[in-house]
Design a binder for this molecule. Structure first.
Ligand SMILES: Cc1cc2nc3c(=O)[nH]c(=O)nc-3n(C[C@H](O)[C@H](O)[C@H](O)COP(=O)(O)O)c2cc1C
Length: 305
């Protein structure tokens, strides 16, 4: 495919490169009217016309579905989707196995990650759906061991402070109202003492925060946009799945995500602008552990309406 490999992102702000229609080729089937999420197309005087080009979010749906190839736009690639195992009846099972075999890896080899593998992982994030096709997810990738050490030193007291605060809150009588009994009990009996143990182990030289990972990845997005949390999390998850296929283990890191948002100094150290929030973080590395069995999970909590 002719798509450029780049970590640069589009701003999502419509530019001059709006789609246009080659009227000679257009069969007036009207599929572009149906797939366009922003209603930019209309049928007027028996012709398909673009009446609201300024609304275009550059999603490429019109060009990618036009059976007559009558739409000129630069957001979909000219080549068709390659026929592949995607069409195979075994694909859903293979995908399910990918989901089930992905594990949170907490033991890593010291070996640094190959840059090309990290690029492939970022590529997976690039194709994630984003609200209004904004594509404004920002990635921070830390691979310098000295920087990771520095980050660990800054993050640990922040994490401990956060849990000390949570410890105080869950001991107060109103906390049940605030978070419900189930969460309160979990916080009080598991997370807060767990953090104390983590701290002790950390002090004994075990890295219970980043697991001595050779790489850390964070995703950040603009706070004002409600959809960014989902877009960022979905992108990071796609990255983690791609990593899994490349034999790279990941572990999402709520400690880092929360402490970056909780602590201005840490946020500044990361170079995250005030307008943004961290919506996900994970450690990455070649696994030093092998999972030979799958795990069970609770049934989905579903309400069919
Ligand atoms: C949002 C999020 C935050 C997490 N934060 C941490 C973390 O800070 N440290 C850690 O060791 N694991 C963390 N995990 C990993 C979970 O503990 C793990 O996903 C869960 O136990 C299920 O195990 P699995 O991922 O191997 O299926 C996090 C997972 C998610 C989704």
């Amino acid at each position: 495919m002719n798509d450029k490999t780049s970590t640069q992102q589009s701003s999502g702000i419509p530019g001059k490169d709006y789609p246009s229609i080659v009227q000679d080729k257009c069969t007036k089937c009207g599929i572009c009217l149906k797939v366009c999420p922003t209603m930019a197309y209309e049928m007027r005087d028996d012709q398909v016309v673009i009446v609201r080009s300024e609304m275009c979010i550059k999603c490429g749906h019109c060009g990618a579905t036009c059976p007559a190839n009558a739409i000129i736009e630069s957001f979909s690639v000219p080549e068709g989707i390659p026929a592949s195992h995607l069409d195979s009846p075994s694909f859903p099972n293979a995908l399910q196995l990918l989901f089930r075999s992905r594990r949170s890896v907490r033991r890593y080899k010291k070996q640094p990650l190959a840059r090309e593998d990290l690029e492939k992982i970022l590529e997976a994030g690039r194709y994630t759906a984003t609200g209004t096709n904004a594509q404004t997810i920002n990635y921070i990738v830390i691979t310098d061991p000295e920087k990771i050490d520095e980050l660990r030193t800054i993050a640990l007291p922040v994490v401990m402070k956060m849990f000390a605060f949570i410890g105080k809150v869950v001991s107060m009588p109103f906390s049940s109202h605030l978070m419900g009994d189930e969460v309160r009990e979990r916080m009080k009996n598991r997370y807060v003492p767990g953090m104390q143990l983590l701290y002790e182990r950390q002090m004994q030289g075990e890295d219970r925060i980043f697991y001595d990972a050779p790489a850390i990845m964070l995703v950040t997005g603009e706070k004002y946009d409600e959809t960014q949390a989902f877009s960022c999390a979905a992108a990071l998850y796609n990255c983690s799945l791609m990593a899994h296929t490349l034999g790279i283990g990941c572990c999402f890191n709520g400690f880092l995500q929360t402490s970056v948002n909780f602590n201005k100094k840490l946020k500044k150290w990361m170079g995250i602008p005030k307008t943004q929030k961290c919506y996900g973080a994970m450690t990455l590395g070649y696994p030093n552990v092998k999972y030979t069995r799958l795990v069970k999970r609770n049934p989905a909590r579903v309400r069919w309406i």
